[in-house]
Write a protein that binds this ligand. Structure first.
Ligand code: PMP
Length: 460
């Protein structure tokens, strides 16, 4: 990227826009990278540079950037009924049809759907539903929520608390005192020497049960898990992990909330991450690829058992005291319905299985690279973890931002890949990506890794 910024858009951005996850001082010096348009899996910036979006924006633009059917679905609904709230018995056709569709395709039998606009809102809602459920059954003390180290669940005060990354806590007076964190299931990084995946899973389940017994099961409402962790480093759980975790949760009447915000709608090669990981959740949250990110919409899928207790509770105080203005927005729902239709018509799951396997095969070519410690992932959610020493798995100093250097070099070469937790680079392109486009991602990554290797050795 050039550092000369004269255009008025650059100056106006610096003058008026606050950017999430940005160092403001640096931003004032280098300015924004402004994208103008999208075409297939490419985005094009205001200087005409083209980039393959190797992480689908924020793991969300599953159908790329120029799907006309979604534009048409939005336009049609917007010119028919642009808004309808869903409070107090009011409803609209797209929200009804979308809820029905989600229940039809849910990975386990689910009963009802509650809509929001973002992943954070869905997860915040799920926390409240867990409390509501237990309270309805007279278990008022069941309030604690267990997240996992390196889990990511959103940016609201509650969801950032459940997130297990200290970076999101330190300056904000969180995590709340009712939030607990248990182990991250990253076998490569946290297993003991020689510990098998199954033994690691057994140890983590046993640590979880110890925590529950220490805190008192009567105080714990729910356990939150992404089927495959995204932001925390693309962590595929070890064999038997969820089986063992679920047995512990069942024993202590603790709800399992599956955060499908990234995994949902095909990313892992099955419609839901729960299917690829054998999870039977009580609540499911989803967002992002539900509408291919063309409009913001999220949902919580609710089991019959939880809905039954919610129904009892609404009888007690006269109603369900929760809801967002834009929940069940008809335009967002119409776009989501069209998105799911496209997934089904174009066999997107089959495509992800094929292209995911190809992406993985190509990433494996980096196995002998001096910087690459681990290659992991499932479907079109893959990653490489960078290390200072392949033998000992020693990490780089975090301030060195080695993954950031690789990502910047690849971007200069026309490919966007994203550093996530633990010097890991995430590869999560749109689900429609072709083999030749994957080849371009691999080419730019190979060059970026070599450039980084040189830079690292120069730094000593
Ligand atoms: N859960 C997971 C697993 C996520 O990855 C994210 C966002 N990356 C969220 C929740 C939060 O979603 P949003 O940014 O839409 O609030």
């Amino acid at each position: 990227m050039t550092t000369e910024y004269h255009s008025s858009n650059q100056e106006r951005d610096i003058a008026y826009v606050v950017h999430p996850h940005t160092n403001f001082d640096t931003h004032e010096k280098i300015g924004p990278h402004i994208l103008e348009r999208g075409e297939g899996v490419y985005v094009i910036d205001d200087k005409g540079n083209r980039y393959i979006e190797g992480v689908s924006g924020l793991w969300c633009t599953s159908l790329g950037f120029s799907e006309q059917r979604l534009v048409d679905a939005a336009t049609k609904q917007m010119s028919t009924l642009p808004f309808c709230q869903t409070f107090a018995h009011r409803s609209n056709r797209p929200a009804i049809e979308l809820a029905e569709k989600l229940i039809e395709i849910a990975p386990v039998p689910m009963s009802k759907v509650l809509f929001q606009c973002s992943g954070s809102e869905a997860n915040d809602t799920a926390i409240k539903l867990a409390w509501y459920h237990h309270r309805a059954r007279g278990h008022d003390r069941k309030v604690k929520i267990i997240g996992r180290d390196r889990g990511y669940h959103g940016t609201g005060a509650a969801t950032a608390s459940v997130t297990g990354l200290p970076y999101y806590h330190v300056d904000f007076n969180i995590p709340f005192e009712w939030v607990l964190h248990t182990d991250c299931p990253n076998h490569y990084r946290f297993a003991q020497a020689g510990e098998s995946e199954e033994a690691f899973a057994t140890r983590l389940a046993s640590n979880l049960e110890d925590m529950i017994l220490r805190e008192g099961p009567e105080n714990i409402a729910a356990f939150f898990a992404e089927p495959v962790m995204g932001v925390g480093g693309v962590v595929v759980p070890p064999a038997t992990y969820f089986e063992k975790i679920q047995a512990v949760l069942k024993r202590h009447d603790i709800l399992l909330i599956a955060d499908e915000v990234i995994c949902g709608f095909g990313r892992t090669g099955t419609m839901w991450g729960c299917q690829s990981q054998g999870i039977q959740p009580d609540l499911i949250t989803c967002a992002k690829a539900m509408s291919a990110a063309y409009l913001p919409i999220s949902a919580v899928l609710i089991s019959e058992t939880v809905y039954e207790s919610m129904k009892e509770q609404t009888k007690k105080i006269g109603g369900f005291a929760h809801g967002y203005t834009y929940g069940g927005h008809p335009v967002c729902a119409a776009v989501a319905l069209e998105t799911i239709k496209i997934y089904e018509e174009r066999n997107i799951l089959g495509q992800v299985q094929e292209s995911g396997a190809y992406l993985r095969e190509r990433l494996e070519e980096f196995a002998n690279h001096s910087l690459v410690g681990d290659i992991r992932g499932v479907g079109l959610m893959q990653a490489i973890e960078l290390v200072r020493n392949k033998e000992t798995r020693e990490q780089f100093n975090i301030n060195q931002q080695v993954a950031g250097f690789v990502s910047k070099s690849a971007q200069d070469d026309g490919v966007i890949i994203r550093p996530v937790t633990g010097d890991t680079l995430a590869f999560a392109p749109p689900l429609i990506i072709s083999r030749s486009e994957i080849d371009l991602i691999i080419g730019a990554t190979a060059a970026a890794l070599d450039k980084t290797e040189k830079w690292v050795s120069e730094q000593g």
